[in-house]
Write a new protein. Structure first.
Lengths: 483, 533
């Protein structure tokens, strides 16, 4: 076995990020607790550097690390999204980790390692890489969700996530094995070549392979009925970790889904339409209905993230350049509105309170207008009301699905999002239409949280008012690998 | 000068400006909000004077790309129909802000919400791109949601959520239909576009029109509200603060009737004909039902709210008469209803501020105590029930004339609607204004203040003006009304002939059978339109 040639320029984004994470671990040894915030700055610098490297490479297409990873505009789009999520997570984390006394260097390093895993998933040219990326993402997250060692809920979250995540990984591996058994390779392009003969589809191995692959990724997406871990994990994990997971894991899993299916399994074989249709509908329906009754805002957002996975599955089902582009667009909007909402939650959270209830927000609209206004923008965007990015995202998804003739599913999707209007607006009702109560927490505005809020609010509104630029970028990125 | 954009966004800019004013200076905030709304109204008067009479096409058109890859454009324009609704909006907003002296709590946010609402409402009436229209349509929802939810009565949260959910249930399906209309145009060989003026000439297969029309019609029917989609309205009205009630009844409900006229009818002429008897029927049920329910309301506001259901039934009936009298009458009646019902809500609000009750039974004999209020109230009520010489008469007369020409029976029964209206309205006047002064605490009520008179006088002037001399209004809408009718009926002819061509050539048997089915399903509209000639 020969050692593959490494294109150092192409591998640079991955390397910079890895070195940053290792650097954080190293410097952590020399810093006292008061100065741990420098690790955040170090991490942020590494993330921004990586982003700059990626932006400068736009338009270029190559395979790196022995053709195991693809660096095209599609992967760059996702890499930038992951790095953005990581950067915003860093910004909202400081207050959270300081308050919860879990300010350790490992925290930032683990977030970066998870980001690296996401990047590998989006770049995977080989199913093995996809799996490695998924593991590199999941293992740091298992640790991070249990970071509040003293809290039972956090321990529970970590254990649940670990057990069910291991199951999901096993499913995924099993699927990969089946596909390998039928195609004789784990390389996506070879599988694609193999499946281009119609006869190959009749092999039951292909059927089971694709099915198990889907199940594995559906776990990570949180699609119903593979969602049972999600609400407990998202609620029990430290709030800033939840923010990272809610935006990042979903984006990474969809990147992998698109990479695998866009390269090897397009056009979607007819026998997969019905299962995906049902999967999408269940995910939207169960997510929204379950979110209706939640009192904890974190849990509500956890269930709502299931529902959003459902909308994204509608776009995935629609396929085509337009459907895939709408997924990319929606994931960007989704990252901004969720991280923004979590920034508000963190600003208002008190120590040891990992289950903030809605009543903590009563009267916020007039006590802290700026905070409440941005929260309202995020809620309207999540509900899909214009003029926010959430509306444009849904508009693109529904257009793609109507174009692909899934009108019935779109009608059901809008009815589901009608349900969601109720619980998103309930947050606004509590903030603006209920009187403040005694002993409510006062928000802590650190500059980092203010920056996050500002970025997320402007981005959410801008993507709603002038979405053309981001949309064109999404289309371009999808075109780079769909051809 | 982009006059329409200026009028549309001036209130929003004003709202942003209000945000920086100091919270303590309530008078300054009130003054600034009033100033912005009056300025907007004065600017919109320029639309009235510069409007070219006799031109049915869109005027003051502004156009630029918004989301090019989806063919979504920022396109504004008005014709003789939307002109009056824009004017009504700017007029009533200024009145509503002027009348909001009773609000002292969180006045800044209140004014910001009203001004943002104004931008949304004007936008709905000037947008010529379907997606842009939808954005404005939804944008009116949020300010009204806050207005009812923050400054409303005791059950405000229930009312406001009901309002939002009802409206969104309709509008989300409309969104799907809007997407479908644009994509159908692309699939038929054209470019993807949501430009109304282009899409009006698209020929959508009747079977698909059927569904698309239903989706649009549901959104509009909920907004109007057409029986049986009206149940959100009394709740919203009873809980809403006065200004919100004025704008809700005065403008927001017209978005529904306007939507029928501007979008549902021209885009789906075939389906319009199919559903015409049903919608007329619902309108007609609404007229009678609204009147009957209004008759037994103990609460002044819910009485006026149910009277709106009845009056808007007339408007819909007139639109679906599909002749120039009916539609012109409807457009005029939208304005009339905005003025008289707006004034009614204002005056109910004024008396509520004095006595903090809206129960009819708590009043009686007020005329002797507050004669100016009594006289004005009487005049507004008379305008609302369509007394000749006042505005309501002209609109209702034209609507009934138009309906009579196509459907004499409907017109006859609709006339009884006017009788019911006279009954419950005058009955309410009798119990509130006349008779003995049964409640001694009513003896010390003060008459209208100068501010309140100043707010009401412009409305009264218009009520009398339109009643006596409606020509300047009718003249401006004539050509546009004709154009809508031609649009709906011409496509009828075009599609009929196309079906013959397709049928004989047998090039594409499938759509032609759909055509045949759809037209055989409902032979009635053809006789109906012939009767209309």
């Amino acid at each position: 076995m020969s050692i593959p040639q490494i294109d150092w320029g192409g591998a640079a984004p991955f390397l910079v990020l890895t070195l940053t994470a290792l650097g954080i671990l190293l410097f952590d040894l020399f810093l006292s607790v008061r100065h741990k915030v420098w690790l955040m700055h170090l991490g942020l610098t590494g993330v921004l550097l990586t982003m700059a490297l990626l932006v400068s490479g736009f338009g270029d297409q190559k395979r790196v690390v022995g053709e195991m990873l693809i660096l095209d505009d599609f992967s760059r789009f996702f890499h930038l999204l992951f790095l953005l999520i990581a950067a915003l997570t860093f910004l909202v984390s400081v207050k959270d980790v300081e308050q919860e006394r879990i300010h350790r260097g490992e925290y930032y390093a683990l977030v970066l390692f998870a980001t690296l895993g996401m990047m590998v998933m989006a770049s995977a040219a080989d199913l093995i890489m996809l799996f490695l990326g998924l593991e590199a993402l999941s293992i740091p997250l298992y640790i991070l969700s249990g970071f509040l060692r003293g809290q039972l809920t956090s321990n529970e979250a970590a254990l649940k996530y670990l057990l069910l995540g291991a199951f999901a990984s096993a499913f995924l591996l099993y699927g990969i094995a089946f596909l390998y058994g039928s195609a004789g390779s784990t390389r996506l392009d070879r599988i694609a070549a193999h499946l281009s003969h119609g006869a190959a589809w009749e092999n039951p191995l292909v059927f089971f392979g694709i099915g198990l692959l889907l199940v594995g990724l559906a776990f990570k997406i949180g699609a119903v009925p593979f969602h049972l871990w999600l609400s407990d994990v998202y609620e029990g994990a430290p709030t800033s970790v939840t923010a990272f997971m809610i935006a990042g894991t979903k984006a990474a899993a969809f990147a992998a889904l698109l990479r695998a299916f866009g390269t090897a399994l397009t056009p979607l074989h007819a026998e997969w339409v019905a299962p995906l249709w049902i999967l999408a509908l269940l995910t939207m329906g169960v997510g929204n209905v379950a979110a209706l009754t939640q009192q904890s805002i974190k849990r509500m957002l956890a269930y709502s993230s299931i529902a959003h996975a459902g909308y994204l599955l509608v776009a995935f089902l629609a396929g085509s350049s337009r459907g895939f582009s709408s997924i990319l667009f929606y994931l960007v909007v989704y990252a901004f509105m969720n991280l923004g909402a979590f920034a508000v939650i963190i600003a208002l959270a008190r120590q040891g309170e990992e289950r903030p209830t809605l009543s903590a927000y009563a009267g916020l609209g007039f006590r802290h207008p700026v905070l409440a206004f941005s929260m309202a923008v995020f809620m309207f965007s999540l509900a899909g009301l214009p003029p926010t990015g959430g509306f444009m995202g849904k508009f693109y998804i529904f257009s793609a699905a109507v174009e692909a003739n899934y009108v019935g599913l779109v009608v059901l999707a809008v009815l589901c999002s009608l349900i969601s209007v109720f619980f998103y607006l309930r947050v606004v009702v509590v903030m603006y239409m209920e009187e403040p109560r005694e002993g409510q927490p006062n928000p802590v505005f650190s500059p980092a949280i203010l920056i996050t809020l500002f970025l997320a609010t402007t981005a959410t509104l801008q993507l709603g008012l002038l979405p053309a630029g981001m949309w064109d970028l999404a289309v371009r990125s999808v075109r780079s690998f769909l051809g | 000068m982009p006059l329409l954009s200026l009028i549309t966004f001036l209130p929003a800019v004003g709202a942003a400006g209000l945000l920086v004013l100091p919270r303590k200076r309530q008078d300054l905030i009130r003054g600034a909000a009033l100033g912005v709304s009056v300025l907007t109204f004065l600017l919109s008067l320029k639309l009235f004077t510069d409007f070219q009479v006799g031109v049915g096409q869109m005027q003051f058109v502004e156009e630029m790309a918004w989301i090019p890859s989806f063919g979504i454009r920022y396109k504004l324009g008005i014709d003789g129909i939307s002109l009056f609704l824009v004017l009504l909006t700017t007029f009533l907003t200024a009145i509503a802000i002027g009348a909001s002296t009773g609000v002292v709590h969180r006045i800044k946010e209140y004014m910001v919400a009203i001004l943002l609402l104004e931008t949304g409402m004007i936008g709905v009436f000037v947008a010529l791109d379907l997606v842009l229209f939808y954005v404005f349509w939804e944008a009116t929802l949020l300010p009204m949601y806050f207005l009812i939810g923050i400054w409303g009565g005791p059950r405000r949260i229930y009312a406001t959520i009901k309002f939002v959910l009802y409206t969104m249930a309709g509008s989300l399906l409309m969104l799907v239909a809007i997407i479908a209309v644009g994509l159908l145009h692309a699939q038929a060989g054209g470019e993807i576009t949501f430009d109304l003026t282009v899409l009006m000439h698209a020929e959508i297969p009747p079977a698909i029109q059927w569904w698309l029309f239903l989706a649009f019609a549901l959104a509009f029917a909920i907004k109007v509200p057409l029986f049986p989609f009206h149940t959100w309205l009394p709740d919203a009205h009873v809980e809403a603060p006065t200004a919100a009630s004025v704008l809700l009844a005065g403008v927001l409900l017209k978005m529904g009737t306007y939507g029928f006229l501007r979008f549902a009818l021209p885009l789906f002429p075939h389906a319009t004909m199919t559903f015409l008897p049903w919608i007329s029927g619902l309108a007609f049920v609404g007229i009678v039902y609204g009147a009957w329910v209004a008759m037994v309301q103990p609460d002044l506001k819910s009485l006026v709210a149910y009277s709106s259901v009845s009056h808007l039934g007339f408007v819909v009936l007139g639109i679906f008469a599909l002749n120039s009298e009916g539609i012109a009458g409807s457009v005029l009646q939208m304005v009339n209803h905005g003025l008289s019902t707006g004034a009614l809500f204002l005056m109910v609000g004024m008396i509520y501020e004095r006595r903090h009750t809206r129960m009819i039974a708590d009043y009686g004999g007020l005329f002797r105590v507050i004669p100016f209020f009594g006289g004005t109230f009487l005049l507004v009520v008379l305008s609302s029930i369509g007394l000749p010489g006042l505005n309501g008469f002209v609109g209702e007369f034209l609507i009934l004339l138009g309906t009579f020409r196509v459907h004499p029976l409907y017109a006859l029964v609709a006339v009884t609607g006017i009788v019911w209206a006279a009954w419950y309205m005058l009955g309410m006047v009798r119990r509130v204004l006349f008779g003995p002064l049964t409640h001694p605490e009513n003896a010390d009520i003060s008459d209208l203040t100068w501010n309140e008179r100043l707010v009401l006088v412009p409305v009264l002037v218009l009520i009398v003006w339109i009643g006596v001399y409606p020509a300047p209004f009718l003249r401006r809408m004539e050509a546009s009304v004709e154009r809508v009718i031609v649009q709906v009926k011409r496509q009828q002819v075009v599609q009929g002939s196309e079906f013959i061509v397709q049928g004989t050539a047998a090039m594409n048997p499938e759509p032609s059978t759909m055509n045949r089915e759809a037209s055989s399903m409902n032979p009635e509209p053809l006789t109906l339109s012939r009767g209309g000639r």
